[in-house]
Design a protein around this ligand. Structure first.
Ligand SMILES: *Cc1c(COP(=O)(O)O)cnc(C)c1O
Length: 455
């Protein structure tokens, strides 16, 4: 059985169930598997014949051993992955993987749905209610809300900054009802995040059984390793070790960490292109070995990637033999040489993001949105500077649906992206949300009143 240890190494190791329920380790570190299970060669050889859900169940089984049975895991995966995962061939051997076909049209659906179902099972077994708090700047809130809607024994409270989420994003969270509540906060995303963090460490709220659905939770990471294997099995002969290049538009580095797990599990990957927007603290770190967070984070078009201190960087450092605490202080340097060998960091500004959307549409009829465009631009830059990589299959991730950014896409391409079914009919739905200013005492009173006294 695989145990999960904290990146800060000052907490006991736990099984997957405990790690999912806790979110953050008690020493404020992040849970990581003590060893990364190797993908059996025979599984790599037949991966291309499996459906997404079948592949997910097989890959996740070793991580969940002793906690979820194989049958249960298959059942969970079959009910999570009911939407297509298209690999769109662009030109030569370059592909875009569309991770935007889930119920909230962002790649966060892949992990959120798994986590909702997995936590639902754990809560049912232990019979104690759980309150999930999550702060969002947009996509996390809707993906998590959709994934947890109707899950018995779990209540979800989403905090969002009223001025920072788009109307469509807000309606995706506030029209659900049932066990999903939302609070519009008169403040910034960072303020919402800080309130949530303070609540987690407040001993007065212990009896609420709080947990997190942000990407600090290992449950938000493991399922994201699956689509790397899925894509590679469709574009390359991975059974014979043919490597693939992945380009990953990154903010908090949860998506990338999924790829790292697959890679360290034996998936042949020649390079990860780590593409950020102007929040370039990680590309700089790869280059210089010095880590400096960006405070406050820079506001860019690819708003889900406006992160100046990515929480999952501590996990990447951990895998490469170093240690970084939650404040971003490096206690032990990772193997920088290995990091530079495996990752190519690149920062893409707004201007290049827009140019990429325009050119991709004109030259190859490829519709990108700002996040996917950062990935695509990063891949192009990598291939320009590494001509020897031109022969390899390369997959760039499209992490959101272009219809989430209609104005930007219309102005750049002259064409309106088609609204996916998941985003249709939102206008007519009725919204319910509370409003609050950024004030911990008021937030705490709200939690006690709505969640504690009702038990
Ligand atoms: C969250 C998000 C990202 C960034 O993913 P990380 O795992 O935080 O690096 C990229 N694109 C979109 C559309 C997102 O919602």
């Amino acid at each position: 059985m695989i145990l999960y240890q904290s990146t800060n190494r000052r907490a006991d190791s736990v099984n997957l169930g405990e790690a999912l329920l806790r979110g953050l380790a008690p020493d404020k570190g992040l849970y990581m598997p003590q060893r990364i299970p190797q993908i059996p060669a025979e599984l790599l050889a037949r991966a291309h014949n499996l459906t997404y859900a079948e592949l997910a169940a097989e890959l996740l089984a070793p991580y969940a051993e002793g906690v979820f049975s194989r049958d249960l895991l298959s059942e969970i995966c079959e009910s999570c992955y009911t939407f297509p995962v298209p690999l769109e061939h662009v030109r030569n051997n370059r592909w875009v993987m569309r991770l935007d076909q889930g119920p909230t049209a962002s790649f966060k659906d892949f992990a959120a749905r798994f986590m909702g179902r997995a936590l639902g099972r754990l809560v049912r077994e232990c019979g104690k209610e759980l309150l999930i708090l999550t702060a969002t700047s947009g996509d996390t809130g809707s993906a998590v809300a959709n994934a947890f809607l109707g899950v018995e024994g779990i209540r979800l409270l989403v905090l969002f900054p009223i001025d920072e989420v788009s109307e469509r994003q807000r309606k995706q969270m506030t029209t659900l009802g049932d066990n999903v509540s939302t609070l519009a906060m008169d403040g910034k995303f960072d303020d919402c995040q800080a309130l949530v963090k303070q609540a987690f460490s407040d001993p007065d709220l212990e009896s609420l059984r709080l947990s997190s659905a942000n990407s600090i939770n290992i449950g938000r990471l493991l399922p994201q390793s699956v689509y790397y294997v899925y894509a590679a099995s469709r574009v390359a002969d991975i059974a014979h070790g043919e490597p693939v290049i992945f380009s990953v538009p990154s903010g908090n580095f949860g998506d990338l960490m999924g790829g790292v797990l697959a890679f360290k599990g034996g998936l042949p990957v020649s390079r990860f292109v780590v593409a950020t927007n102007a929040n370039d603290e990680v590309p700089k770190f790869f280059e210089t070995g010095r880590y400096e967070k960006i405070e406050p984070s820079r506001v860019c078009l690819s708003n889900a990637m406006n992160v100046g201190h990515p929480s999952n960087l501590a996990r990447l450092v951990d895998v490469y033999g170093g240690q970084m605490d939650e404040t971003g202080t490096l206690h032990k340097a990772p193997d920088m040489q290995a990091l530079r060998r495996d990752f190519f960091g690149v920062s893409v500004d707004n201007e290049l993001t827009r140019e990429t959307i325009r050119n991709a549409y004109r030259e190859t009829a490829l519709t990108l949105e700002p996040h996917g465009a950062v990935g695509w631009a990063g891949l192009e830059k990598y291939l320009q500077t590494h001509p020897s990589a031109l022969g390899s299959a390369a997959v760039s991730m499209e992490t959101a649906h272009p219809a989430k950014f209609p104005d930007e896409i219309v102005s750049l391409t002259g064409s309106e992206p088609e609204l996916p079914v998941s985003l249709q009919g939102l206008e007519e739905k009725v919204e319910h949300y509370g409003e609050m200013s950024i004030d911990y005492a008021a937030f705490k009173a709200h939690l006690r009143q709505h969640y504690l006294l009702q038990r």
